[in-house]
Design a protein around this ligand. Structure first.
Ligand code: C2E
Ligand code: MG
Ligand code: MG
Length: 640
């Protein structure tokens, strides 16, 4: 109860005036009515009681009014104002577009407004009594919530962006302010969270960013985004020391279509071209429209120039079919310019510029073609691609042949083994030597198929010789370093051995020095596995790579083949003589067989025999030839 100073003064004055008035009137009336002093005294006493009674009532009324329990006091007016304020607050609480949630100090939800119900999709009764974590989206980790609580504890409030989940399961972003409410003692009694759904704002922001980075017609990345991606790709390629490529594509004579059929048709054609390009390039590629009829493709991983050229060829191919646009059947070709990293350029801008000049070159060369930034590369890449596709066909149409070159024991001069060497019986070019197509097959991955085929043929052939009574102690098959590094080689060899029934001891696999020295651990494991099959291993072209003697000692090989380059200089070239001597001595000391290839003259054979080289192979003994042409009896005399 609170009484103001003015209220008290007013009450006191009223009381004083009333007292004076009452005493004057009653005294005057009693005096005029009673002459008898005893009666007067008696009534004056009664009047005293009456006054005391009236005073009591008056005091009761005054205090009652002042304290507000009688009639309408000052306080009840305040109360009315407060109630009005509360009513207004409740209306605001319910009408605001922001969701409002009130929880008690333990986090139990005690109040929510209509907006919260609308935003979250939960009716109020499903929310009250539960905790705000019922809205969790799962997008934030525990650290996020820990930071919110820390801020509430330290500052009494928190605001920021938070992702929550609606009843429908959809997650959405909201901007939220949470405040702790404290009592007079500073103890937290409640928490109030006010939030707004900002998914619409977010969506338009994303849309704006997308528009800034994409071409609105085709929805492909635009030049800005493409340049950015190129920079990132180059940075990664630099780090990983890998290669990447950029293809710049321009439609040939697009202007004619635009001018004759109108821009609408032109636009539809550009969209269709974009779709076709996207159908060729999936993950690992960025297809962009740089403007007008110019598109570009970023090839993130492109170790070989030929790979980029093959992709360009694919672009030319995919453009060949007719485009059905607005009841028109349109044909359009493209020209492609290629620039590769790190050969042609070291930064994104240079790469784009060089691809552009390569494109210019392609256009000048007559359109519907591609050109690399470097001219020699263009011709070479084109040749390799042609050979690769031709080779694929050759495999299907069985144009490959296996020739066998005799290997002689230098001591007895007898033919004791053969090396299987592949040939390509080309319909136009005649017999093509492996030196021409093996490197291309290695680059395109076709080598695995070729080696598998040669291995199978050689094993069948060896079985046939065995059953014909030909006394051969081995057939040697070359295994490319590409295939040697792969785990499926073991499966291949064991399957072929099982299928043909060849005694594994009669099979020798030749691997090059580089293949066994590069991935040392992998190669060692592969060799040990193969050895367990019972076959023999030889190191081909020994001396041309960089062998470590220590490493050589660990390898489970049985033979070293001295490269023909060293044999060629025998017996006059002192360096070759020294090297051949060293290799023979090394093999003998390590208990390995030593085999010299490329013997073209008897003098070389004699020299090698003097050095106690075990085996010899070369044109002097016999060239590689078809199986049926081998002369088993041939034993040319090395010593005269
Ligand atoms: P290589 O394994 O070192 O084979 C020896 C090469 O030297 C053969 O060439 C052979 O014809 C040639 N040669 C033999 N004697 C003489 C000689 O006295 N003088 C000269 N100048 N050359 C001689 P070819 O058949 O052209 O094979 C070349 C290379 O191609 C082979 O070298 C081998 O690395 C590879 N190769 C051949 N066939 C296959 C195969 O089936 N698979 C794999 N991966 N590579 C093969
Ligand atoms: Mg060989
Ligand atoms: Mg060799």
């Amino acid at each position: 109860m609170s009484v103001s100073y003015r209220d008290a003064l007013r009450a006191a004055l009223s009381y004083g005036l009333l007292s004076v008035f009452w005493l004057q009137i009653t005294d005057h009336l009693l005096n005029s009515y009673f002459d008898n002093s005893a009666q007067l005294a008696h009534w004056q006493l009664i009047n005293g009681y009456v006054w005391a009674f009236i005073t009591t009532i008056l005091i009761f009324l005054v205090l009652g009014r002042l304290s507000g329990f009688l009639g309408q006091g000052v306080n009840s007016k305040r109360q009315r104002q407060d109630q009005e304020r509360l009513r207004q607050a409740a209306v605001v609480f319910d009408c605001t577009r922001e969701g409002v949630l009130v929880s008690d100090r333990n986090g139990v939800i005690v109040h929510v407004n209509r907006a919260l119900v609308e935003i979250t999709g939960y009716p109020a009764q499903e929310v009250l009594g539960r905790r705000p974590n019922m809205f969790k989206s799962g997008r934030h980790g525990p650290q996020f919530y820990a930071a919110v609580f820390k801020s509430l504890q330290e500052n009494g409030d928190w605001h920021g962006e938070i992702w929550n989940r609606r009843k429908s399961g959809e997650i959405y972003p909201q901007w939220q302010t949470v405040r702790a409410i404290t009592d007079a003692e500073g103890q937290v009694t409640h928490y109030v969270a006010v939030f707004s759904d900002i998914s619409a704002i977010k969506k338009s922001q994303t849309e704006l960013t997308r528009l800034a980075h994409h071409d609105p017609l085709t929805d492909l990345p635009n030049r800005l985004l493409f340049t950015d991606r190129t920079e990132q790709t180059l940075a990664a390629a630099q780090r990983l020391k890998s290669g990447c490529a950029l293809l710049m594509i321009d439609l040939d004579h697009f202007k004619i279509i635009n001018d004759s059929l109108g821009h609408n048709v032109g636009d539809l054609l550009l969209k269709a071209v974009a779709d076709r390009l996207q159908s060729v390039f999936g993950k690992g590629f960025t297809v962009a429209r740089l403007g007008g009829d110019e598109f570009a493709v970023l090839v993130e991983s492109c170790p070989q120039v030929t790979q980029a050229a093959a992709l360009a060829q694919q672009v030319l191919e995919v453009m060949k079919g007719a485009f059905e646009i607005d009841r028109h059947q349109l044909f359009i070709s493209a020209s492609v310019g290629i620039s590769v990293f790190p050969n042609d350029a070291l930064n994104a801008e240079q790469l784009l510029r060089n691809a552009d000049s390569a494109l210019f070159k392609a256009k000048k060369a007559g359109r519907e073609g591609y050109a690399l930034y470097t001219e020699e590369l263009t011709a070479l890449a084109q040749y390799r691609i042609e050979v690769a596709s031709d080779l694929r066909r050759a495999l299907e149409q069985q144009e490959l042949r296996v020739y066998y070159q005799p290997v002689h024991d230098l001591q007895t001069s007898h033919l004791i083994g053969v090396e299987a060497l592949v040939r390509w019986q080309h319909p136009q070019r005649g017999l093509v030597s492996p030196g021409e197509f093996i490197p291309i097959a290695e680059r395109t991955g076709l080598i695995a198929e070729i080696d598998a085929w040669v291995l199978e043929q050689a094993c069948w052939q060896m079985c046939q010789w065995q059953s014909a009574g030909v006394a051969l102690s081995f057939v040697a098959v070359n295994i490319s370093s590409r295939l040697f590094a792969r785990p499926e080689l073991y499966t291949l060899v064991s399957t072929v051995l099982a299928d043909t029934g060849l005694d594994p001891a009669l099979l020798e696999l030749e691997v090059t020095e580089s293949a066994v020295m590069e991935d040392s651990q992998g190669a060692l494991e592969q060799m040990n596995r193969l050895r367990k099959l019972g076959l023999r291993l030889a190191i081909d072209d020994f001396g041309t790579g960089f062998s470590s003697l220590l490493r050589l000692k660990q390898l489970p090989v049985q033979k070293l083949k001295i490269d023909q380059g060293f044999v060629a200089g025998l017996p006059s070239d002192n360096d070759d003589v020294a090297i051949v001597r060293a290799v023979i001595a090394l093999s003998q000391s390590m208990g390995l067989q030593v085999h010299a290839e490329g013997i073209e003259q008897v003098g070389q054979a004699r020299f090698l025999l003097d050095l106690k080289c075990d085996l010899g192979q070369g044109y002097w003994f016999g060239r590689p030839m078809p199986a049926n042409e081998l002369d088993w009896q041939r034993a040319p005399a090395i010593r005269s």
